[in-house]
Design a protein around this ligand. Structure first.
Ligand SMILES: Nc1ncnc2c1ncn2[C@@H]1O[C@H](COP(=O)(O)OP(=O)(O)OP(=O)(O)O)[C@@H](O)[C@H]1O
Ligand SMILES: O=P(O)(O)OC[C@@]1(O)O[C@H](CO)[C@@H](O)[C@@H]1O
Length: 311
């Protein structure tokens, strides 16, 4: 069993529009798709599509909270959200005809101390039957910067593996509890280390720095250029073949989901990287967020290159 944590659940709205996003004008939406979102729920769908058992944890409240539960039920994904008084947020992704993706993310309504304490109780029993736990995305207002650190400490107390995919203060604090894997992109890494990264050499240097903090697996995702994996076995660069990306939103989450699956199947680092690159690239080819077609994934997997970097 894999448990995904999404503290900032969302009803993700994908708006398809003609032409381009034009600030200061009125645009009619051609097509609107609602998805159970917040990064961790994208991870949950990917784990499910990969054929592993998954359960989703997090906060849900109000009308949107009920709607998210219904969408997960339709996908057959188990969930056990901690009920909160405030309304679950919505996030908007505008997919324009010109190929751009523009996101507006609501902050997430406040969670009280009592609700957080109830979540911690739910989390402790949910992780007991899991081998891998993923923690993704931002946190709603009202939670301390150390919230993910607290969760990672609990997972590690239980001797389980944990992947942390977040940014800003939540990443900074979460790292102090030393998760098994992190998956920053370049922007998140630059913000964390307070430095500009100009090329692959500098990206590797930054990844090694994090590995030296004790993180066993540091994955740095780089969009169409694939991802770097820095771990005890070595440094690897996994690259997808050239492909037509339709909706890249959720690619990072797809990568996290695939790594969680690979971890639960005890794959080697090289195998895990190739699989994660293939799954995330297949997600880019799909209109849905956190979804992929098995045929796309299999075809890409046969064309992923994994280079071992001597450094
Ligand atoms: N255009 C693309 N073509 C092929 N593969 C892609 C493309 N975009 C993303 N990917 C795959 O998805 C992985 C994760 O993408 P990316 O680096 O954009 O993550 P991210 O910045 O965390 O994204 P997000 O936050 O939107 O989920 C990449 O490492 C790559 O394997
Ligand atoms: O506010 P967060 O949790 O950091 O990000 C939320 C979000 O942008 O991330 C996903 C894509 O990765 C979307 O499904 C969702 O809307």
């Amino acid at each position: 069993m894999i448990t995904t944590v999404t503290l900032n659940v969302s009803v993700d709205k994908a708006y398809k529009i003609k032409g381009s996003v034009r600030p200061g004008t009125v645009s009619r939406v051609e097509e609107c798709t609602n998805t159970a979102g917040g990064k961790g729920l994208n991870v949950a769908r990917i784990v499910d599509l990969c054929g592993e058992e998954v359960q989703a944890a997090g906060f849900a409240g109000g009308f949107n909270g009920g709607y998210v539960r219904k969408m997960l039920d339709e996908d057959g994904i188990q969930h056990q959200f901690t009920e909160v008084k405030s309304e679950t947020r919505s996030c908007i992704n505008i997919l324009a005809e010109d190929g751009t993706s523009t996101e507006y993310l609501e902050p997430g309504a406040p969670v009280t101390e009592e609700e957080w304490q109830r979540f911690l109780q739910d989390f402790a029993w949910m992780t007991e039957n899991s081998s891998v736990i993923t923690i993704s995305g931002s946190a709603p207002q009202g939670l301390e910067a150390e919230c993910y650190k607290t969760l990672i400490e609990e997972v590690k107390r239980q001797g389980k593996q944990v992947i942390l995919d977040t940014s800003g203060v939540y990443l900074e604090e979460g790292l102090k509890a030393v998760p098994t894997m992190i998956k920053p992109n370049q922007e998140e890494l630059e913000a964390l280390l307070g430095t500009r990264i100009q090329n692959r050499q500098e990206l590797i240097k930054a990844g090694k720095q994090l590995k030296n903090w004790g993180i066993p697996f540091v994955v740095i995702s780089a969009g169409a250029d694939g991802a770097l994996l820095i771990c005890e076995d070595g440094i690897y660069h996994g690259r997808p073949p050239k492909l037509e990306a339709v909706n890249p939103v959720g690619c990072g989450d797809s990568m996290v989901g695939a790594f969680a699956v690979a971890m639960s199947r005890s794959k080697t680092p090289e195998e895990a990287l190739a699989f994660a690159v293939a799954v995330s690239a297949a997600n880019a080819m799909n209109e849905g967020t956190g979804r992929f077609q098995s045929e796309d994934m299999e075809q890409i997997l046969g064309n992923v290159s994994v280079e071992r970097i001597q450094d």
